[in-house]
Write a protein that binds this ligand. Structure first.
Ligand code: UDP
Length: 468
């Protein structure tokens, strides 16, 4: 067990975790719970609704994290068979699920009180703003978990204040010196003040913020954030959380993120084992929520074929059901032995770290971005929404570890660039970041120390007798 330097305080410190029900939020928060649970004097409990148990339980296997289930009150339950996660609920039903979430406030409050929670860690979304009220009512620190990096978070938070943001004649905003973004790509944050309000409020009321990043990846922006008026002084960068322990139990849990690995996932890892050439396969995945149209799916297939490289392509279950409707004729026969389509859920971290994989085509979800960089893989970027466009800029223009696929228009070229000899410098750079990621989570590394710092601050709060 890792040790934690600390002042004297009541032990164990009971941390409770609750996530907005989307895999992009839930997966890294489970990893953080596991990370904290390895520190001495800390106990960790993940709270989830029963419809998410199938995803949480396998991911915490082998750790000391507890799972407590919090059913929706019957009158607020989102609907039988509807599912309780944005990844499993059709987009048209997302609103129903989100509007059910506030009904969890009182049961969550009672649960934390009954278990004498010392701290609650949760992400931010307008549908779960009540977490702050619960923490304040109980007199316990609330740690805000920001699922993206500091750079995209800062851009999102400030975009509405940038010069030209509300001037219709201006089409492009400068988000950072030399980095421009079309306003259309930031429209969610420009046109929806509710999101920004939720973030500002959560920042104002929280005890501290934990970012899903590591200092060596975004140091300049972390330093700025820590001293910026309105940003919490207690800002911790603790990632890459999935890298923090490399035991066989951790490897199994990595394969089980988002639900127990299924036969398609196992088959894919076997197929990769059979590939002789190192770094020769491109992994293609657009996260847990994408809803591509038929035409886009067809063009992805053609782009991958034209790239000339072997690939593993993850296609969401709902889209795979209609595969005959969009897969180009003869594609499967032509790609036999060269390409594998996973229909459903892939063991992504295990795949990215397989020696046969050489690059990723990604939508730039922050988790996938961090997972790819930590595996030392260059990125061909194809963002789909919101913060993903900002992350694309960070990857391609600041870190220079990826190239844009221009929303699919140059998918084949982008794959050739990241996989081929032209991508050598990019690969060198991303491997350096991967090495720094590993150092960050080792004892004495920046992320390791920030976990200690966070626990210490919560401990000090309670040692000072501020608990309610
Ligand atoms: N993921 C996975 N298998 C899949 C698709 C996604 O394990 O088939 C994981 C991926 O490793 C990442 C998360 O789901 O941890 C997706 O988060 P990200 O921020 O990349 O995208 P989002 O789903 O939020 O758009």
């Amino acid at each position: 067990m890792d040790t934690c330097s600390s002042t004297e305080y009541r032990r164990p410190l009971r941390f409770f975790f609750f996530s907005f029900p989307a895999f992009g939020h839930m997966i890294p928060l489970i990893d953080i719970a596991k990370l904290f649970s390895r520190r001495r004097g800390v106990s960790c409990t993940f709270v989830a609704t029963p419809g998410n148990e199938y995803a949480v339980r396998p991911a915490i296997e082998g750790s000391t994290v507890d799972l407590l289930l919090l059913p929706f009150p019957p009158e607020a339950a989102p609907g039988s068979g509807m599912g309780e996660n944005l990844a499993t609920v059709p987009r048209s039903q997302h609103g129903r699920l989100l509007s059910a979430l506030p009904a969890l406030k009182d049961p969550f409050h009672d649960l934390l009180r009954a278990h004498r929670a010392d701290c609650v860690v949760s992400d931010v979304h307008s549908s779960i703003m009540w977490i702050d009220d619960v923490a304040l009512a109980l007199g316990i620190p609330r740690i805000l978990f920001v699922i993206v990096g500091v750079f995209p978070a800062t851009v999102v938070e400030t975009v509405a204040t940038l010069p030209g943001a509300h001037d219709e004649s201006v089409e492009t905003l400068t988000i950072e010196e030399g980095i421009e973004l079309p306003k259309a790509e930031l429209s969610t944050f420009l046109s929806n003040p509710e999101i920004i309000h939720a973030i500002e409020e959560a920042k104002r009321r929280c005890f501290g913020v934990v970012f899903n990043t590591f200092y060596e990846l975004e140091g300049r922006y972390v330093d700025r954030y820590r001293t910026k008026p309105g940003c919490p002084r207690r800002t911790f960068c603790v990632s890459p959380v999935f890298l923090s322990k490399t035991t066989s139990a951790a490897a199994a849990a990595a394969a089980n993120r988002g639900g127990k690995i299924d036969s398609a996932g196992e088959e894919c890892l076997k197929w990769l084992d059979s590939v002789e050439a190192e770094g020769s396969v491109t992994y293609v995945c657009f996260g847990s929520e994408n809803e591509f149209g038929r035409q886009q799916l067809t063009s992805i297939a053609l782009g991958l074929e034209a790239s000339g490289y072997p690939f593993v392509w993850v296609v969401k279950k709902s889209l795979a059901e209609d595969i005959a409707g969009w897969l180009p004729e003869g594609f499967e026969e032509r790609m036999e032995g060269r390409g594998l389509i996973i229909k459903g859920w892939a063991p992504q971290v295990a795949i990215l770290n397989h020696r046969a994989v050489g690059a990723i085509v990604t939508h730039c979800g922050w988790n996938s971005t961090l997972e790819a960089i930590s595996a030392g893989l260059p990125l061909a970027t194809w963002p789909l929404q919101c913060d993903q466009f900002v992350t694309e800029k960070y990857v391609t223009q600041v870190l220079r570890v990826g190239v844009s696929a221009c929303r699919g228009a140059r998918l084949a070229e982008a794959v050739r660039e990241v996989m081929g000899s032209g991508g050598a410098e990019m690969r060198q750079r991303v491997r350096e970041y991967a090495a720094k990621a590993k150092e960050a989570v080792q004892e004495g590394g920046s992320s390791y120390k920030d976990v200690d710092n966070l626990i210490e601050e919560v401990g000090k709060y309670h040692a000072a007798g501020k608990q309610g």
